[in-house]
Write a protein that binds this ligand. Structure first.
Ligand code: NDP
Ligand code: GDR
Length: 372
């Protein structure tokens, strides 16, 4: 990324190439997204830009640039007139940074997507997970509440999770009791109730989206779906032979991330705020995902998968299947991409990715043993 005009790279200002006429620009809505560099952040940014929004994203400092999921939206920061996506440094663990950006931007909509979002990792770093996922949400809610003194109409979206239902059996809806099974899920429950509380106590337009698992070719590579499709691609082109996994019997309600970000936006367009389950209402086991993914390229998963105890969790969520009738009725939302289409989309992309990797391996640029 290039430096800005002051020679400072503290504020990054990537933008879209399309120039918006000034008349439209004046009416443009402003969205602020935390977690913009993540899977959902990138899809939500695309979606909001397509609706004519100006999008501001908060990114945390990293020793490397980690904006790969946004690079296709990037334009040289010197094209300031064309900038419709802007990135700023902040952190959910730093209240002052959140407050500064909410106060200075006074956005119409705030989407809180940032999280330490890996369930298994939350058992390894529970304090940090609670600080970012639970207290981080509280910090952002406080910043938004404070800014409503200047702009009462600000709307807030909280990225809630089906993990909050934990061991409560399916189907799970907005009225299903929570029984979290991990530090991550317990922290998401706290964030959920903070959001409800700020709505009830201060009249904030604040919504919880209780989203079931949603995947895509941009999914992080250590979540089970992407871990499987990456391995399928690499096995298919001869870069890998084995895939180590944990519990294959867990069942999840897997949808497509591109569909789910629309539901987030729809929640903030309603007359009054509420909480909504977003799900496909179809559930499959990890084993079924394996069958579908390996089967799509003519392979048998049993020839490649090895069970490794290290991937089992101290407490598991056995079965998730959402009841999203409220979202379908009130938001008019429904998923467009089904299970098999999702699996094929991910496998096809990862076969192409593996082919490109193989070119580099064959040319001696990378080591084929370097598994993702
Ligand atoms: P990702 O893990 O792909 O993205 C998480 C984002 O949060 C990244 O941009 C990450 O930044 C950022 N982040 C992490 N820690 C901090 C921090 N301390 N301060 C600021 N930003 C931080 O998650 P998804 O896109 O898949 O999910 C988005 C949200 O939805 C998360 O809150 C997740 O818990 C929740 N959710 C996800 C579901 C799913 O199936 N995907 C289902 C239900 C809920 P960086 O790139 O620097 O790591
Ligand atoms: P989950 O997703 O925990 O549901 O959280 P993940 O893909 O990590 O696990 C799904 C299921 O697969 C089993 N599993 C494995 N999981 C991983 N990651 N790696 C393995 O090797 C493996 N083997 C088996 C798991 O035990 C589990 O049962 C995701 C995240 O996006 C959360 O942030 C989000 O809130 C929930 O979805 C809804």
């Amino acid at each position: 990324k290039e430096e800005n005009e002051n020679g400072s790279s503290e504020t990054l200002t990537p933008a879209l190439t399309t120039q918006i006429p000034p008349s439209i620009a004046d009416e443009r809505k402003v969205a602020l997204i935390t977690g913009i560099t993540g899977q959902d952040g990138s899809y939500l940014t695309e979606f909001l830009l397509s609706k004519g929004y100006e999008v501001h994203g908060l990114i945390r400092r990293s020793s490397n640039f980690n904006t790969a999921r946004l690079d296709h939206l990037y334009v040289d920061p010197h094209n300031l007139g064309k900038a419709r996506m802007k990135l700023h440094y902040a952190d959910l663990s730093d209240a002052s940074s959140l407050r500064r950006w909410v106060d200075s931007l006074l956005p119409d909509e705030v989407y809180n997507l940032a999280a330490q979002s890996h369930v298994a990792v939350s058992f390894e770093i529970p304090d940090y997970t609670a600080d970012v996922v639970a207290t981080g949400s509280l910090r952002l809610l406080e910043a938004v509440k404070s800014a409503t003194r200047h702009k009462p109409s600000i709307r807030y979206y909280q990225a809630g999770s089906s993990e909050m239902f934990g061991s409560t059996p399916p189907p799970q809806s907005e009225t299903t009791p929570f029984h979290p099974r991990s530090p991550y899920a317990a922290a998401k429950c706290a964030a959920h109730w903070y959001t409800v509380n700020y709505r009830e106590a201060y009249g904030l337009f604040a919504c919880n989206g209780i989203l079931f698992n949603h995947e895509s070719p941009r999914r992080g590579e250590n979540f089970v779906t992407r871990k499987i499709t990456r391995a399928v691609g690499r096995i298919r082109v001869g870069l890998q032979t084995r895939l180590f996994l944990g519990n294959l019997t867990a069942a999840r309600d897997w949808g497509f991330a591109g569909d789910y970000v629309e539901a987030m936006w729809l929640m903030l367009q309603q007359e009054s705020p509420g909480d909504y389950v977003v799900a496909t209402e179809e559930s499959h086991t990890v084993e079924e995902f394996l069958q579908a993914a390996f089967g799509h390229v003519g392979l048998d998963w049993k020839d490649h998968v090895v069970i490794d105890k290290r991937y089992f969790r101290p407490a598991e969520v056995d079965s998730l299947k959402g009841d999203s009738s409220k979202a379908r009725r009130e938001l008019g939302w429904k998923p467009k991409v089904g299970f098999m289409e999702l699996v094929k989309m991910m496998v096809d992309q990862d076969v192409e990715l593996a082919k490109r990797e193989k070119v580099l391996v064959d040319a001696g640029y990378i080591d084929s043993q370097q598994q993702p």
